[in-house]
Design a binder for this molecule. Sequence first.
Ligand code: NDP
Ligand code: 8X3
Length: 249
Amino acid sequence: MKTALITGATSGIGRSTAIRFAKEGFKLILCGRRIDRLEDLRKELSVETSVHILSFDVRNREEVLQNIDSLPTEFSQIDILINNAGNAHGLDPIQSGSMDDWDAMLDINVKGLLYVSKAVIPGMIERQSGHIINIGSTAGKEVYPNGNVYCASKHAVDAINQGMRIDLNGKGIRVGAVNPGLTQTEFSDVRFKGDSEKAEKVYQGFKALQPEDIADIIHFVVTRPYHVNIADLTVMPTAQASSTIIDKN
Ligand code: NDP
Ligand code: 8X3
């Protein structure tokens, strides 16, 4: 039975992936800051599989390393790492963007992903076995108005994904990115700081991707035979042609 560590499992894509993986019989290490949500999810999924929860902020490198280094033996061999935790904070022109928002996006989406990877990769190298899925975005492929720093953070994920694949080549570890377009989660609530009216508008007038759609793709990626590595996969709602071209009715 393979063990998967999923960051950002308390909501959206990470939560749906946890639910899907539990159904498919993966052992799970579920991470996030909101411990109440992690506990509820553990309760819900424990009927299907073994679940261990870790509550830490990916920005805190000591917490990240300490939590992952002290996993109980039955969870200590991580076969699959899903680097999913992340969000956009704000949607403002560069000249009026908030520096706190910039720090949050770069610290969480880029540095957090690096810290978690740093904690997990040595075990994978030792075992010459592992699979890392980095959740990028269409925002990592193109820049859209007012997306500036969020897009920069996801372009960084794209570069890190490529860099990891190069550096881990020959070590038995597969590395690939899944880059979703507009997906209906709590993402826009976070981006607009709880302004739910603004957040809902993002997904109005077309059928957005659902987090279960991405979970399905992640499951497909991790269940290919070992010689098949899906290196970079972009998925958009059918109504979306690019970050700014969306067929809304
Ligand atoms: P959600 O807001 O629903 O989920 C974000 C998850 O990230 C939560 O579980 C949250 O957990 C976790 N997280 C955020 N900050 C931190 C932190 N500092 N430390 C630890 N965990 C953190 O959004 P999505 O599910 O949509 O986002 C998941 C990933 O998908 C992100 O990387 C996002 O950039 C990417 N993505 C999303 C798209 C979309 O349209 N929704 C499209 C393309 C990519 P908690 O708050 O409990 O810590
Ligand atoms: C999330 C998709 O278009 O809001 O990464 O940047 S978008």
